[in-house]
Design a protein around this ligand. Sequence first.
Ligand SMILES: C[S@@+](CC[C@H](N)C(=O)[O-])C[C@H]1O[C@@H](n2cnc3c(N)ncnc32)[C@H](O)[C@@H]1O
Length: 213
Amino acid sequence: MRLLEVGASGGLNLRPHHVGYRLDDTVLGDPDSLLVLDPEWTGRPPTDLGHRLRVVGRAGCDLRPVDVSTEDGRLHLSSFVWADQLERWNRLRDALDLAATDPVKVEQSAGPEWLAKQLTRAERDVLTVVWHSVVWQYVSPADRAMGRAVLADAAAKATPTTPLALLVFEPRRWDAGYRFELLLKLWPAGISLNLGYGEGHGTPFTWNVTPWE
Ligand SMILES: C[S@@+](CC[C@H](N)C(=O)[O-])C[C@H]1O[C@@H](n2cnc3c(N)ncnc32)[C@H](O)[C@@H]1O
């Protein structure tokens, strides 16, 4: 797959194949990674988790990217973690350490323009995954409209050998409040799923696959 992340900030999400994921008594992904997450899942996704992710390309953009190769950038991200959030603090520290071993530059750009450029080429036999987490609420109405149009154009061109996915983790209205939901669309397969819900910082997470209306 090829990962294209909009609103990537410091780009810490761009190494999913280099992360370990602790589940009960096993670690999926890279068990020797500097970043081993405890995702605190309830349930499991309906898929074979034994497959390794093969990432053939990744890129990210942000209106205000954070350069985590600098002390200033690392301090900037650390400043968002409250002093009593020790687990979150440890996750960030490990993610920064992992990033230092595998740098990925996050380009300074608004999402739609950047995405339009990235999506002009499609690689055969590669799933292109456009993703964003906790970004949509900050995007202007104009950028939202343009983002939807760019994605619709790419979706219309997707083929079985050049498929496209949209994967987002964003807050949605639920009951009297809201919750963070993981949503997936796949083209040209025409699949549209709500995969589950969790907390804004990713854990805990409950897998609960239903149609994404
Ligand atoms: C709360 S942060 C989330 C960062 C990261 N996605 C994560 O899950 O940790 C939201 C990010 O979205 C970026 N952003 C907001 N509007 C954007 C836009 N139109 N294009 C690109 N990035 C945008 C902000 O600069 C900020 O870095």
